[in-house]
Design a binder for this molecule. Structure first.
Ligand SMILES: Cc1ncc(COP(=O)(O)O)c(C=O)c1O
Length: 440
């Protein structure tokens, strides 16, 4: 034991952050409302990434705060192993109702990473139940991001997230290509018109290993963390058809694309493609309480409902699965999305946002801009001697000089305004990025 030092920044090890540089000049957020963060030093900053792609209805929503407080007083915790509480069922039903027909069961977890982990485990266990345990391979995609568990980084395709961690999950070595070709797709507005044939890469994996060894394919319908790559027109349909041809399950990781980011409840709706499972997190509670989950098809769910009625069908779950505070936050959030018609609002704003972000074309240091729904990826030309340095510097400049909170990964800036953003918020975000990048 030692006396604690309340103002010392040493103890907190920040995730996905250069800690030493951060602690030398911390970017502290102390309050939030609507589109705005308040910094600890009293400034007002525009939030250009919905927190971390999660605060879709804007910050500080009283309805959500009150629902959480009420739940904390009435039922602070209830186990969902062998017991349950009513709001868990209500929320599952409300989420299933937003999903495509046939996806009507919800398994709750606490984050996007856990959602992907659960979906991948369900896929393998499903095939075992069916007597096809030889189907164990899990196929992800280059540049895919499915969270940070060993399974998630294994099917994921972001090198920095994989390299330090030694041998990864067996059966995950194959990755489909990201459906993007810089030579012909830079500065595409929305979905690229060509490139559906990237989906045919699955046939090559099948030829290599045999379909009877493949459990599932997992993709982000719009690749988010890698820098917002919209699917080429027809690509997801073609991928669905390829999975059907080979009897392979298709998982859409909708942790970012779910709950209105693309102007629809889910990307599955926007692109007219029904996967076998959808993973979600982030926007389900508007970021206010951690929660994630997997929406599972009736066929998969029913595949587990065999054997003696007293036997547990799926040996998986978390202490906090369907936590009462998260369920309360989720229900209040879904009410807001419905009552304020926020998915429709996102759809209406998409062309304004698209025009705004593509106005950055022509800036000398900007080498690509991509967009889908209310999400955009903006690539800065890397410093050849130090990739990632310019992106990091742009984020810091946005914070200090432009009063703007953006997200960067490497030299790619991501913008993802909340669905309540106004046209002037969007203009301010893009102007801030322009000024920050010009100053690099
Ligand atoms: C597509 C996708 N899947 C999974 C995750 C992981 O979610 P979490 O950070 O809640 O574990 C993320 C997070 O950004 C994501 O974008």
């Amino acid at each position: 034991m030692r006396p604690s030092r309340p103002n010392d920044l040493g103890a907190f090890w920040l995730p996905f952050t250069p800690n030493r540089d951060f602690k030398a000049a911390p970017r502290m957020l102390a309050g939030a409302e609507g589109m705005i963060f308040k910094s600890e030093d009293g400034r007002t900053l525009l939030d250009a990434c919905s927190g971390l792609w999660c605060v879709n209805a804007g910050h500080g929503r009283k309805e959500i705060a009150e629902a959480i407080a009420k739940a904390a007083y009435e039922l602070d915790f209830a186990p969902t192993f062998q017991f349950a509480h009513p709001q868990a069922f209500t929320l599952a039903e409300r989420i299933a109702a937003l999903a495509p027909e046939g996806l009507d069961h919800v398994f709750f977890v606490n984050s996007g990473s856990e959602a992907c982990d659960a979906a991948l485990k369900i896929a393998r266990a499903f095939w075992q139940k069916k007597g096809e345990g030889g189907r164990f391979r899990l196929i992800g995609r280059d540049k895919g991001y499915h969270g940070v568990t060993f399974a998630g980084i294994s099917v994921g395709g972001l090198a920095n997230n994989r390299k330090p961690y030694g041998p990864l999950l067996p059966g995950t070595d194959d990755h489909l290509p990201l459906p993007y070709d810089a030579a012909r797709m830079r500065f595409t507005r929305g979905e690229p018109e060509t490139g559906a044939d990237f989906a045919d890469a699955l046939d090559a994996v099948v030829a290599r290993h045999g379909a009877e060894t493949i459990a599932a394919v997992i993709v982000e319908p719009v690749s988010g963390s890698a820098g917002v790559f919209a699917p080429p027109l027809g690509y997801l349909k073609r991928l669905r058809a390829a999975c059907d041809r080979h009897g392979i399950l298709l998982i859409f990781d909708e942790v970012i694309t779910g709950f209105g980011r693309l102007g629809a409840a889910f990307a599955a709706e926007r692109y007219g493609v029904v996967p076998d499972m959808i993973t979600f997190a982030k926007g389900v509670t508007n970021g206010a309480v951690p929660m994630g989950g997997v929406i599972v098809s009736r066929a998969i769910h029913d595949g587990f409902m065999a054997g003696p009625a007293h036997a547990i069908e799926l040996f998986h779950g978390h202490t906090y699965s369907a936590h009462p505070l998260a369920c309360a936050a989720g229900l209040a959030t879904l009410d807001l999305y419905r009552d304020e018609e926020l998915f429709g609002r996102a759809k209406a704003l998409e062309p304004v946002f698209m025009d705004a972000v593509h106005s950055l074309r022509g800036e000398s240091k900007i080498v690509d801009v991509r967009n889908a729904g209310l999400a955009a990826g903006i690539d800065i030309e890397p410093d050849p001697k130090s990739p990632g340095l310019r992106g990091y510097a742009a984020m810091k400049r946005c914070f200090t000089d432009q009063n703007l909170v953006i997200r960067v990964s490497g030299d790619t800036i991501a913008l993802a305004p909340a669905l309540i953003a106004t046209e002037s918020d969007i203009a301010r975000m893009v102007d801030g990025v322009r000024a920050a990048v010009r100053g690099l």
